[in-house]
Design a protein around this ligand. Structure first.
Ligand code: THU
Length: 135
C-alpha cells in the first residue's frame, strides 16, 4: 500500500476514536499481505480502566476476522506527540504476541511525517507463551 493511502486510512481511524474522557485520539491500521486492512481506534469508557487502545482494537479486529500474525504485513499508528506516538506498554505486550518480530510498524505524526520501527525492537525481555511451558 502506498504511503499516502496509509496516512489517509489511519487518519480515518484517528477521527473515529471515542476519546471523550482523555480527548486524545489515536488511530491504528493493520495492513494484511493480501491487501485487505482493518482500522482500529481508542474506545474509552466512563469506567476509565475499561478503555481500549487503538493498536489493540485494530489487532483484535484482525484476529476476530480469522487472520493471524503470518497474514499481517504491517501496523500503522497515528497520534499527536512532540516526537512520535509509540505504543503503550500494554499494547507492546499484545503486539509482540500477535505480530511477527520482523514486521514493521509505521508511526505517523499528524503532519504526515513518519518513521518505521520493527516489532522486535518494541520491548526486550518479554513474557510470552514460552514461559507458560517452562519446566
Ligand atoms: N492510547 C492508545 O490508543 N494507544 C497508545 O499507544 C497510547 C494510548 C489511548 C488510550 C487512551 O484512550 C488515550 O490514548 C489516552 O491515554
Amino acid at each position: 500500500m502506498e504511503i499516502n493511502e496509509k496516512y489517509e486510512l489511519v487518519l480515518k481511524a484517528y477521527n473515529n476514536a471515542y476519546a471523550k474522557y482523555s480527548k486524545f485520539n489515536v488511530g491504528a491500521l493493520v495492513i494484511l499481505k493480501n491487501g485487505d486492512y482493518f482500522l482500529g481506534a481508542n474506545v474509552e469508557n466512563a469506567s476509565y480502566g475499561l478503555s481500549n487502545c487503538a493498536e489493540r482494537s485494530a489487532l483484535f479486529a484482525t484476529y476476530s476476522n480469522g487472520y493471524r500474525k503470518e497474514d499481517i504485513e504491517e501496523l500503522v499508528l497515528i497520534g499527536k506527540s512532540d516526537e512520535f506516538l509509540y505504543p503503550c506498554g500494554a499494547c507492546r505486550q499484545v503486539i509482540l504476541e500477535l505480530m511477527m518480530p520482523n514486521s514493521r510498524i509505521t508511526l505517523f505524526r499528524l503532519d504526515k511525517t513518519y518513521k518505521k520501527v520493527y516489532v522486535k525492537d518494541l520491548m526486550p525481555f518479554i513474557f510470552s507463551e514460552r514461559d507458560l511451558d517452562a519446566k
